[in-house]
Structure formats: C-alpha cells, structure tokens
Design a protein around this ligand. Structure first.
Ligand code: NAD
Length: 242
C-alpha cells in the first residue's frame, strides 16, 4: 500500500472545479498533497495554506509532481499536456471543448504518458455505464430510452454523459433513444430505461453536488500512478480492464 501522499499539480486551481479539488485534497492529506496550484493569471499570494501557487506562464518552473489534474479551459490545455509529456508524468483532464487538433495531441501523448480525459468524472456514472452495457446485452429486443435532466442554463442536449451512456447501450446491442429536460437548478440526472413486454427496468444516476467530479478526478490521479503509458477510462480503472 502507498504510504506517501500523491504529489499533484492542479491546473485551473482558482476555478469552480479547481477549488473543489484543492479542498478535497486538503481534507485527505494522507492521500494527496497539492505541490503546485496553477491559474491563468499571476496569483495574489504565492503560497496559500502551504500550497505554492503559479501563473500559467510559469508552468515550466513548477516543482516535481506525481500526476497533474487539469480542469481549465481549452486554451490552457496544450501547455499542461506538454509539461506532462516533458516530465513523463500522468495527466488527468476534465477540460471540455477541446478542438479536434487537441484531441489528436491527447491521443498522441498517450503513447508516452498515462492519460485519462473524461467528460464526466463521477464514479457513479462510470458504474452506470457498466450496468447499462450489461443490461443491454442481457435484454435483446427491449426498448432502450435515455432521459437526461439538467438546469435551465445547460445549452447542449443530449448531454455528453447521455451520449456516452448511449454508446454503452449500443456496445450491448441496444438502439437507444434520447430525451432531454431543462428545468430549475438540477445538477444532473440520467435515467436509462429498458422496457420489455410487461416489465421495465430503470437505472438512474442523480448528481446532487459537483464535488463528485473532483473526487473522481483525484481517485483517477491515484489510479494512474505507476501505470504504463496509454489512454485510460474511469470505467476501465474501476473495473480493472483499464
Ligand atoms: P472555471 O471557469 O470556474 O475555472 C477555469 C480555471 O481555468 C480557472 O482557474 C482559470 O484560471 C484557469 N484557466 C483558464 N485559462 C487558463 C490558461 N490558459 N492556463 C491555465 N489555466 C487557465 O471553470 P470550471 O467550472 O472549474 O470548469 C473547468 C473545466 O472543467 C471546463 O472545461 C468544464 O467544462 C470542465 N468540467 C468537467 C467536468 C468533468 O467531469 N469532466 C465537470 C465539471 C467541469
């Protein structure tokens, strides 16, 4: 068992996700030690609660780390990927909106470092994907419908998570259909329904707090430590077929 905490670099540390990562890491000092917090602009304070802070322009000078966790914006992604490749360190990234060129760089980097990019870091959703594929495989001919609900500010529909669940259903042989609801302040709900003759199965995931994404990313960073280079998935790390 690893007795020393994983030294992590948090890229995008001042953002909503970055702050959740910093707080959750600080709550588990035996598991994670943030050795560098990186933000777009020069930090007001160099050291906050014992954590050294850096501006994005100072990335090359950050201390050694065991894994980087990136929840920033597409314009910040290339430098942190390049840093991880140069230092031969794993990268966990949840940054969305990457261009096809950036996805290409991500794929290429997986030849030299362990990498995990995911549109959803919830451990529960990773398990739901596994269950959906298994259910679809066991229920040939059943109708499969995916209903996702989110807050009124979410613009894209169906959600990226719903589409990933649909891919899992297709892997199991189902032909999923989608429906989207936008209402109130719902953080995120995904219902996958399998309907047969006279019976119905409903598999539901409800997110009530954005911390689930930060917690999953920290677990992913620990899961990548010591792994061979490659592109990993949350589902793969959880179910041992990474
Ligand atoms: P935010 O706007 O609150 O924070 C963005 C952070 O990125 C800030 O710390 C900012 O300083 C930093 N940043 C911006 N440009 C940068 C640059 N060029 N170099 C370095 N750092 C830079 O955003 P957020 O809500 O925390 O989300 C961050 C990203 O994570 C978004 O892409 C969002 O879609 C994604 N996200 C993913 C998941 C998931 O599970 N995969 C969950 C939530 C959010």
């Amino acid at each position: 068992m690893n007795t020393t905490p994983l030294r992590v670099l948090i890229h995008g540390a001042s953002g909503r996700m970055g702050q959740a990562l910093m707080r959750l890491a600080a709550e588990s000092p035996a598991n994670w030690q943030v050795v560098a917090a990186v933000t777009r602009r020069a930090p007001a304070q160099r050291v906050v609660d014992g954590v050294p802070h850096f501006a994005a322009a100072e990335l090359a000078g950050v201390p050694d780390f065991d894994a980087a966790i990136d929840f920033s914006l597409p314009e910040g992604f290339d430098p942190v990927l390049a840093l991880c490749v140069a230092r031969a360190r794993p990268l966990v990234s949840g940054t969305t909106g990457l261009s096809p060129e950036q996805r290409g760089k991500l794929d290429a980097a997986a030849a030299t470092i362990p990498l995990l990019w995911a549109s959803n870091f919830s451990v529960g959703v990773a398990v739901l994907n596994e269950l959906v594929e298994r259910a679809a495989r066991a229920l040939p001919g059943w109708d499969c419908d995916i209903v996702e609900s989110h807050h009124v500010h979410k613009k894209d529909a169906p959600s990226g998570t719903a589409l990933t669940l649909g891919e899992s259903a297709q892997q199991g042989g189902a032909q999923p259909r989608y429906a989207s609801l936008r209402a109130g302040d719902i953080v995120g709900e995904h219902l996958v329904q399998f309907a047969g003759q006279g019976e119905r199965i409903e598999l539901v995931h409800r997110a009530t707090n954005r911390d689930i994404f930060a917690r999953g990313a920290l677990q992913a960073a620990s899961g990548l430590a010591g792994r061979a280079p490659g592109a990993y998935t949350m589902r793969g790390l959880l179910f041992g077929d990474a």
